[in-house]
Design a protein. Structure first.
Lengths: 171, 564
């Protein structure tokens, strides 16, 4: 259930043209909407990108975000998938302190989270984790006790479950 | 057929039905200008400042319903357009602006007169384009016109680098638009329209609140049909003024900060607002949470993002006002609402709002009334922003649709001179009065030269009170009459100024001279400027202070003795 200032996920199919991201971010800035994360990548169709926004606000605000996104000429489709049954994932890389005494403990934690160690060096490890925002948050929190140097997150991408592709939000 | 980019621009403009361009040349756009003699059907009006080009295109567009077109060069030429583009965007006015850009190899190098105008105008245009290849020009111009004047209209800027104007390509007539993400909803949803009809049927105290959308979709007859059939009083927004005849018995004024008291009170007492092509601007709602709290709302707008933006809506209908009204009129049964209309009559009688005090002084309001009387409400009135704008909107009795041109959303002073020029170009035989204050007039008066050069018979009425009057009024009411930086002691002699441009100038200092001067102006075959030296500290009433409610309205100042 959505409460008043929940996080909401919106995806948008947009034309892959110079300046599109600028138009979108300009709209968010101008209207005073908060983006907590933004991910962009190619879609299944040549020339079109898909963006995933995680937006904070009440349902009315999020509806206005979707309407204003849709108003941009280069935005083709906008779907609010926060209320639906969705898969959402984020990738993070975490550089964490690791010496002989802590390395195995970290490896155990990484295992529990089904994360991976992708780089080992004198004194540090890089951990790669995939999951929804909560899972990534939890792992990063646990790793903090060892001393985290650097965290890099891609931002959430999301897709609704099942075969049906959801209807365009505003009309 | 091989053509240069500049030729394609001209050919595309003509193909889209453009016949007039307002602009000024400069380095980057010169290849386009040098091509103009090959296209004699494309009339170019050389303005004196790019802001003038934008406002003139705006005035032209509002009168004709076609996109206004402006040209400017790169850098300062383009940035000078910005105020005019923003004004058009706020008031949903269709325009296509072509700017020159530095050559492609120089873009991004901070070259001479390089400005990122597509970046700058991103939030104040409906859309904009940077055209990097001449082969794209024809399609982009076609798309620009389509975007500008479909759905909710707005300005579209097309930025073209200097060398793209000169690039030669094989010209092909563009057939298809490539706009997969742009599909405005024109046709209103029938189920929603049925719901709206049911609400109208059950309402006891309905009002129509008609906005600029009624004028943009030219839905005057449909509005009248709905109002008459269901006997619903019609209130308009500032930009909706003239969409419904002011001598009609159902006409109930316009509400808000300086609107008629009876209009604001009627909205407050209503149990249903039928909002047509308007956006609940803060000048109308005041405190939005307390606005017309007893009413349900039907909101018809072509822009879905306007619905639910300010006011929660019971029946939202996305679509063109005309389309929706045609369908609604088929469903709405005739009714009388006689008690409610009687109540409206009482409100009009008890809160007349627009009475003039008995005085020998020369009041600005009297000047407007006399212009209204002498032009019989048939002139196109173009105003700037401030007290004179409110008085023109209040005291001129508009008889014809689309006859008030004013910068409503962005409140741009200086609109009055160039927009009147554009309106006169659009309607060469029409009577165009530019109602100005002495403040705003001085912001764009350079266009007097353009007006003379093009023999445009615009009549100017400067309501000269030697103040930035509306700001002074706020200082009087909210800052204990501390008049900081609002007095204009160095105004020029406007009559001599007019004469310097070769324009007939008349000065009026006394109430008894007003009508004669207006008559003289009407009879003179050419532009005329009348400098009305009006009362310095006249105020605009009624007034609902910013963010307040109808209960906080100051209807008439206690000091003004009022006679009916």
């Amino acid at each position: 259930m959505t409460t008043t200032t929940d996080k909401h996920t919106i995806t948008a199919l947009v034309e892959d043209q110079p300046g599109v991201l600028n138009r979108i971010s300009s709209m968010f800035r101008r209207r005073g909407y908060n983006i907590s994360s933004l991910a962009v990548g190619q879609s299944e169709t040549d020339g079109l990108s898909r963006m995933t926004f995680v937006v904070e606000g009440d349902p009315e605000t999020v509806e206005m975000v979707a309407k204003n996104l849709h108003k941009l000429v280069e935005v083709i489709k906008v779907v609010n998938i926060s209320s639906g049954n969705t898969v959402s994932r984020e990738l993070a890389l975490v550089r964490v302190n690791a010496d002989v005494t802590t390395r195995s403990e970290i490896m155990q934690i990484v295992d529990i989270f089904r994360a991976k160690i992708v780089d080992v060096s004198q004194g540090t490890l890089i951990v790669e984790v995939t999951g929804d925002e909560n899972k990534v948050d939890s792992l990063v929190d646990l790793l903090r006790t060892f001393g985290v140097h650097e965290v890099m997150r891609t931002g959430t991408i999301a897709m609704s479950r099942g075969v049906s592709y959801e209807e365009d939000t505003p009309g | 057929m091989n053509m240069r980019g500049a030729q394609i621009v001209c050919k595309s403009l003509l193909r889209e039905g453009c016949d007039v361009v307002f602009g000024i040349p400069g380095g980057a756009i010169l290849p386009l200008y040098q091509t103009l003699p090959e296209f004699p059907d494309l009339r170019h009006i050389l303005v004196r400042h790019e802001q003038g080009a934008a406002h003139a295109a705006d005035g032209y567009a509002r009168v004709t319903g076609k996109p206004g077109v402006a040209f400017a060069t790169s850098g300062p030429g383009a940035t000078n357009l910005v105020t005019g583009i923003a004004a058009a965007q706020m008031d949903s006015v269709p325009m296509v602006i072509v700017t020159g850009q530095v050559g492609r190899p120089s873009i991004g190098t901070d070259a001479f007169q390089e400005t990122d105008i597509t970046g700058i105008t991103l939030p104040i245009t409906k859309h904009n384009f940077l055209v990097m290849e001449a082969k794209d020009i024809a399609r982009v111009i076609k798309e620009a016109f389509f975007i500008a004047n479909s759905g909710r209209p707005g300005p579209v800027l097309v930025d073209i680098p200097r060398d793209v104007f000169m690039e030669e390509v094989d010209y092909e007539e563009p057939l298809e638009l490539d706009l997969p993400g742009y599909k405005p909803t024109i046709s209103g949803n029938n189920r929603q329209i049925k719901k709206a009809s049911a609400l109208i049927q059950s309402a006891k105290r309905p009002v129509i609140l008609a906005g600029h959308g009624v004028i943009i979709s030219r839905a005057y007859d449909e509005l009248k049909e709905l109002a008459e059939r269901a006997q619903i009083p019609v209130i308009t927004t500032l930009l909706g003024i003239s969409c419904f005849p002011e001598d009609h018995v159902l006409w109930t004024g316009w509400p808000g900060m300086h609107g008629m008291a009876y209009s604001s009170l009627a909205l407050d007492e209503a149990d249903l607002i039928v909002a047509l092509g308007m956006r609940f601007d803060d000048r109308i709602t005041g405190n939005a949470e307390k606005f017309s709290s007893k009413s349900k709302k039907i909101h018809v707008d072509i822009d879905p993002s306007e619905i639910g933006k300010i006011i929660p809506v019971d029946v939202p209908i996305v679509g063109d006002v005309k389309d929706v009204l045609v369908k609604l009129n088929e469903l709405v049964e005739p009714s009388t609402h006689s008690d409610w209309l009687k109540r409206i009559e009482t409100l009009k009688k008890d809160h007349p709002s627009l009475r003039l005090p008995e005085t020998d002084k020369l009041l600005a309001r009297q000047v407007i009334r006399d212009i209204s009387e002498i032009t019989e409400g048939n002139a196109t009135i173009v105003t700037g922003v401030g007290q004179h704008q409110m008085w023109a909107a209040q005291h001129y009795e508009f008889k014809n649709p689309c006859s008030l041109l004013t910068s409503g959303g962005s409140g741009t002073m200086g609109y009055e001179v160039p927009a009147a020029m554009g309106a006169q170009v659009a309607s060469p035989d029409g009577t165009v009065w530019s109602i100005a204050g002495d403040g705003g007039f001085q912001m764009t008066l350079c266009e007097l030269a353009t007006i003379v050069e093009n023999k445009l018979p615009v009549k100017f009425a400067i309501l000269n009170n030697g103040f930035l009057g509306m700001v002074r009024q706020w200082q009087e009411i909210f800052f204990e009459s501390s008049y900081v930086s609002t007095g204009y002691s160095g105004n020029p002699d406007f009559v001599k100024l007019a004469e310097a441009y070769g324009i007939k100038g008349i000065r009026v200092t006394d109430k008894t001279q007003v009508k004669t001067a207006i008559q003289d102006a009407m009879e003179h075959d050419g532009p005329v400027l009348i400098d009305f030296i009006v009362e310095q500290e006249e105020n605009v009433y009624p007034m609902i202070p910013s963010g307040m409610t109808v209960k906080d309205m100051i209807e008439e100042p206690s000091s003004e003795r009022v006679t009916v």
